[in-house]
Design a protein around this ligand. Structure first.
Ligand code: ABU
Length: 890
C-alpha cells in the first residue's frame, strides 16, 4: 500500500508538471493493473530497473490523449523476490484486494509460471516483461499468457549455430535446478540432437555448484553451456576458477542478461573469490541474449527512441550505474509491456464499441469474460514499434527478436554478432572474437591413437634372415633332388627330407606374416593375415616335424621289432602318417576358424600426455590376433603338437644308439626333434608373457622359427653335403638298382647291409673288451712267470706272432682243456710268422688254414671269420735272448 500511494503521489506530481496535463479537465476513470516485480532476492531482481521503466511507460501512456481516452491507468505492484511462493502471495493480494486488476505484469520465470498457470481462473491476462522460460510457451498450460521477453529457446538457436561454426560436436551442460533452465536445456538437447551434437554430460545443482563443476572437469568438459541466475553464476565461476576450468582449453556459454559487472558482486553474494579471479575465470566466455533494445534509433510508438528511453530511465534510476542495476537490459521490455497492454486495452474499447457492448473497462470483474475475451483478442493482435523493437505476439504469446552474442574480454562485454531467429541467419564479427589460445579450443581432448608397430629395422632384419634361411633350405632341396640316386642320400628317405625342407620354408615364410601390421595393412587385411599366418605355421610345423617323426618311427621299427616282416615299413605308410597329421591339423583349424574365427583386437595401454600439449593425449594401442576362447584353442593346438613332439622325443631316445650307415641321419633327426622341443618349450610361454611388447614378441617368435628351421636343416643336410664332398662321385654314385634287381631284393640288400653294420659294431665292442683283458693278463703273467712267457690268446679271429730268435719250444693249449693242441721246437720266429700269414712249410698243403687239436676235437684255424677258443700259448725252455715278445693279432 505504501508503494501504491507513492505511485499515486508521483503520478499526480507528473501530471501536474507535464505539458498538456490540465487540472480543469474532467476526472478520468481509473483503471488498475497489478505489477509483480522481483526487486530483491538471489535470482533475477530485474524489477530494480523494470519497475521504473514500467512506471515511465504508464506516465507516457496516461499523458497521451489518444490512448485510453477518459481512462487513467494505474499499477499496483509488489516485490516477488523472484520467489514463486512470495510471487503467488502477491498475486492473491492483488486479486483479492480491490480494485479489480485488468491484467498482471510479471517478471522472473519461476514466479511467472505459477501466476500464469492460475490467472485464467480470474479471467486475468498475464504479460511478462522478464520471463524467458521456454515452458511458458505452452498455451494449454498458460492460457492467458503473453510476454515481451522472448523465450530462451532463441539462445539455443544461436548457440547451436556457434557450435556448428566452430565445429564443436561435443558439449556439456551445467544448470541451476529451476524450471526456466530445465526447459531451456531440454530445448537445447533437442536442437543439439538434430544438429548431431553430443551432450557429453548434463550437471545440475540446487544451490551449490561445487560438485557439478568438479564433475564437469572429471568428464573432460570443454565446451560448456551454463544456465543459472546471477547469484549462482558467481558461485559457478568461482569454482571454475578453483578447478582451473577456463583458459585455452575451455569455452563457456552463459546467459547474457546479467548486468555487465555482475561478476564484481563477490562480496555481497558471499563468494570466496576475488574480482580478479572471477575476471580471469570469465576471460573469453560468450553470452547470448535476445536484443532488448531496438537496433536503430527510429522512434517507438511512444515517441521515444532507444537513447531517449535510456536517458529518461537513467533519471528514474537516479543516475545509478546501469551496469550495476539488475533488470537494466530488460527495462525496454517492461516499458513496451505497459504500452502493449495500454494499446490492447485501447483496442478493447474500440472492439466493445463495435460490438455495442456498452460497458467501460472499469466494469471489468474477474468473472466478466466479455471484456476479458475482447482484451485477449486485442492483445493477440497487438503490433507496434517499441523501444525494444517491433512488438508482436505469436500464437503462443511469445515474441521473436534477434539474439545478440557477446564475448567478455578483460572484464568487458563486446558484441560479436547477432542471430536472426526468424530468418535463421547470422552475422558474426570474427575479427573481434578472441581466444585464450592460438586457436579455438577443441571440444574434447584429442585422443591420438598411437599404434605400436614392429620396428622397421627389426622387421627388415628378421625377414632378411628368413630369406637367407629360405634360400639355404631351397639349396638343400635342390641338393637332395639332384642327388636322390646317390646311395648315401637315397638311403635317407629323400622324399621325407624334401617334405621337411618344404615345412621349414613354410615356417620361415611366417616370419614375413608375423611382422605385418597396421603400417601396411588395413584392419580387415590384418584379420585375414592373422588367420592365414596361423594356418601357415601349423601346416609348416607339421610338414617339418611330421616327416622327421615318420623317419624316426621307421628306424624305431627297424631296430626294435624281432620279426623280419614287422621291421619292414613301406614308404607309403610313412607318407600316410604324415597325411594323418596334416588331416588332424586341418580338422582342428577348420573347427577353430568356423566357431571362433581369429580377428583383430586392439589392446589399449595407459594414455600418455605429450609435453607441452593440453589438448592431446596419446593412446597407445597394440594389434593382436585373437578370438573368443583363444586360450582353449591354443591349448588344443599346443596339446596336439606337444604330443607329437613328445612321442618324437621318445622315439629319438629309443634309437639314440642306432648307427645304421645308410639311414645315416637318424641321430641328426633325433637331435632336430630335441632342439625343436626345447625351443618350443621356451618360446610358447615367453611369447604369451611378452605379448604386449610387439618388437620383443616378433623378435622372439622369428628367432625361434629361424633357430628351429636352420638347426634342423643343418643337422639333416650338412653331414650329407660333407659326406658327398668326401666320397668320390664314383663311389657314391653307384647305381642303386642294377638292371633286373627288384625293389624287394634291393630292400633285402639294404637290410642285410644294416645288419652287417650292426654286427661289425658289436665285433668292435668285443675286440675292445679283448684288448682290455689281454692287457690285464699280460701284466699278471709278467709278474708271476718270469721264465715262462705264457700268453692267453683271446677267443676270436686273429693271428699269433712271436718275435725273437731263439725259442726252443712253443706250446699252445686250449683253455678249455689242459692238453696241448700243438707243440714243436723250431726257429720260433720263422714258425709263427709263417703260421700267421702263410702256413709253415710243414703245414703247407693245408693252407690257408691251420688246425689245433683241442682235446678230441680238431679246430681248424681259418684266417678270417672263425672263432677260436681261448688258446694258451707258452714259450718255454729258453726265452728269447733278446727278451722277445709274444703278441696276438686279432
Ligand atoms: N532476462 C531475465 C529473465 C529472467 C527469467 O526468465 O526468470
Amino acid at each position: 500500500m505504501v508503494s501504491l500511494s507513492m505511485v499515486l503521489i508521483w503520478l499526480a506530481f507528473v501530471r501536474g508538471l507535464l505539458p498538456g496535463a490540465s487540472a480543469d479537465k474532467p476526472e478520468k476513470t481509473q483503471l488498475y493493473i497489478g505489477g509483480i516485480f522481483p526487486m530483491t532476492g538471489g535470482g533475477w531482481s530485474g524489477g530494480q530497473a523494470c519497475l521504473p521503466a514500467a512506471l515511465m511507460a504508464l506516465q507516457d501512456v496516461n499523458y497521451r490523449e489518444d490512448i485510453l481516452p477518459g481512462y487513467h491507468l494505474n499499477m499496483i505492484h509488489n516485490d516477488s523476490e523472484c520467489n514463486p511462493g512470495i510471487g503467488t502471495n502477491v498475486m492473491y493480494r492483488l486479486i483479492y484486494h480491490p480494485p479489480p486488476k485488468l491484467m498482471l505484469l510479471t517478471g522472473c520465470s519461476s514466479v511467472s509460471t505459477h501466476i500464469a498457470e492460475a490467472a485464467y481462473m480470474w479471467n486475468l491476462m498475464v504479460l511478462a516483461y522478464g520471463s524467458s522460460s521456454p515452458a511458458l510457451s505452452d498455451r494449454k498450460r498458460f492460457r492467458t499468457f503473453f510476454r515481451t521477453h522472448p523465450s530462451a529457446v532463441l539462445h539455443n538457436q544461436a548457440r547451436i549455430r556457434m557450435f556448428q561454426y566452430y565445429q564443436w560436436s561435443k558439449i556439456s551442460i551445467i544448470q541451476e535446478t529451476q524450471e526456466v533452465f530445465t526447459s531451456t536445456i531440454e530445448d537445447l538437447e533437442k536442437r543439439a540432437k538434430k544438429a548431431n551434437i553430443t551432450i557429453a554430460t548434463r550437471q545440475s545443482f540446487l544451490s551449490d555448484p561445487t560438485n557439478a563443476v568438479r564433475s564437469l572437469k572429471r568428464q573432460d568438459a570443454r565446451i560448456i553451456v551454463g544456465v543459472f541466475y546471477e547469484d549462482m553464476a558467481l558461485k559457478v565461476f568461482c569454482q571454475v576458477y578453483k578447478e582451473k576450468m577456463y583458459g585455452n582449453r575451455h569455452v563457456w556459454f552463459i546467459i547474457g542478461w546479467y548486468p555487465d559487472n555482475w561478476y564484481q558482486k563477490v562480496e555481497e553474494n558471499d563468494v570466496n573469490c576475488t574480482v580478479d579471479q572471477m575476471r580471469e575465470a570469465l576471460q573469453g566466455h560468450f553470452t547470448t541474449e535476445m536484443t532488448m533494445r531496438s537496433l536503430d534509433d527510429t522512434p517507438s510508438f511512444s515517441g521515444l527512441n532507444v537513447s531517449q528511453f535510456d536517458e529518461e530511465l537513467l533519471i528514474k534510476l537516479n543516475n545509478s550505474d546501469p551496469n550495476d542495476t539488475p533488470g537494466y537490459p530488460e527495462a525496454p521490455l517492461a516499458y513496451d509491456a505497459v504500452w502493449a497492454l495500454a494499446l490492447a486495452l485501447n483496442q478493447t474499447i474500440t472492439r466493445l464499441t463495435e460490438k455495442r457492448v456498452n460497458v467501460g473497462l472499469d466494469k471489468f470483474t474477474y468473472d466478466n469474460s466479455t471484456i476479458f475475451r475482447e482484451f485477449y483478442r486485442a492483445m493477440d493482435s497487438t503490433s507496434f514499434q517499441g523501444v525494444s523493437g517491433p512488438v508482436q505476439f505469436l500464437s503462443t504469446g511469445d515474441r521473436l527478436t534477434l539474439t545478440q552474442i557477446e564475448q567478455m574480454w578483460d572484464g568487458r562485454y563486446y558484441k560479436i554478432g547477432y542471430y536472426d531467429n526468424k530468418n535463421n541467419n547470422w552475422t558474426l564479427n570474427h575479427s573481434i572474437v578472441r581466444w585464450n589460445g592460438p586457436h579455438p579450443p577443441y571440444d574434447r581432448t584429442l585422443v591420438v591413437e598411437d599404434l605400436r608397430l614392429v620396428s622397421m629395422e627389426l622387421y627388415v632384419g628378421m625377414c632378411s634372415s628368413a630369406l637367407v634361411a629360405m634360400l639355404a633350405a631351397f639349396g638343400c632341396l635342390v641338393f637332395n633332388v639332384l642327388n636322390r640316386n646317390v646311395r648315401y642320400i637315397a638311403m635317407s628317405q629323400p622324399g621325407l627330407n624334401n617334405i621337411a625342407v618344404l615345412g621349414c620354408i613354410t615356417c620361415l615364410s611366417c616370419i614375413f606374416l608375423f611382422g605385418l601390421d597396421n603400417s601396411s595393412l588395413s584392419g580387415d587385411q590384418f584379420t585375414v593375415i592373422c588367420q592365414a599366418r596361423t594356418w601357415v605355421l601349423v601346416v609348416g610345423f607339421t610338414l617339418a616335424v611330421g616327416s622327421m617323426f615318420s623317419k624316426i618311427w621307421r628306424v624305431h621299427r627297424l631296430t626294435t621289432r624281432a620279426r623280419e616282416e614287422d621291421k619292414v615299413v613301406e614308404a607309403w605308410k610313412l607318407y600316410a602318417l604324415l597325411g594323418l597329421f596334416l588331416a588332424v591339423d586341418v580338422i582342428i583349424m577348420t573347427v577353430w576358424q568356423l566357431t571362433n574365427p581369429m580377428t583383430r583386437y586392439l589392446e589399449d595401454f595407459p594414455q600418455e600426455v605429450p609435453e607441452g600439449s593440453d589438448d592431446i593425449v596419446i593412446q597407445p594401442k597394440l594389434e593382436h590376433c585373437t578370438c573368443d576362447n583363444f586360450t582353449i584353442w591354443l591349448g588344443v593346438l599346443y596339446g596336439y603338437k606337444g604330443l607329437l613332439l613328445l612321442f618324437g622325443v621318445f622315439l629319438a631316445y629309443e634309437t639314440r644308439d642306432v648307427n645304421i650307415k645308410d639311414i645315416n641321419d637318424t641321430r641328426y633327426v633325433g637331435m632336430s626333434i630335441y632342439n625343436i622341443v626345447v625351443l618350443c618349450l621356451i618360446t610358447a610361454p615367453v611369447t604369451i608373457l611378452i605379448s604386449s611388447q610387439q618388437d620383443a614378441t616378433f623378435a622372439f617368435t622369428s628367432l625361434a622359427i629361424l633357430f628351429c628351421t636352420v638347426i634342423t636343416l643343418g643337422l639333416m643336410f650338412i653331414p650329407k653335403i660333407m659326406n658327398y664332398k668326401q666320397k668320390s662321385i664314383e663311389e657314391t654314385s653307384q647305381p642303386l638298382q642294377a638292371p633286373g634287381v627288384t625293389q624287394e631284393e634291393e630292400e633285402k640288400q639294404k637290410r642285410l647291409q644294416e645288419e652287417n653294420d650292426t654286427m661289425k659294431k658289436q665285433i668292435t665292442q668285443k675286440e675292445e673288451r679283448i684288448r682290455e683283458l689281454q692287457k690285464s693278463l699280460k701284466e699278471l703273467l709278467k709278474e708271476g712267470q718270469k721264465m715262462t712267457n705264457t700268453f692267453l690268446a683271446p677267443p676270436g679271429v686273429g693271428r699269433l706272432r712271436a718275435t725273437g730268435n731263439n725259442f726252443t719250444r712253443l706250446s699252445a693249449s686250449s683253455m678249455a682243456s689242459s692238453s696241448a693242441v700243438s707243440s714243436y721246437a723250431s726257429n720260433a720266429t720263422e714258425v709263427f710268422e709263417e703260421v700267421l700269414d702263410t702256413p709253415p712249410p710243414k703245414y703247407r698243403g693245408k693252407a690257408p688254414s691251420i688246425s689245433f687239436d683241442v682235446g678230441n676235437e680238431t679246430i681248424e684255424r681259418v684266417p678270417d671269420h672263425v672263432m677260436l677258443p681261448t688258446v694258451k700259448v707258452t714259450l718255454s725252455d729258453e726265452p728269447a735272448e733278446d727278451g722277445g715278445q709274444f703278441e696276438s693279432f686279432l
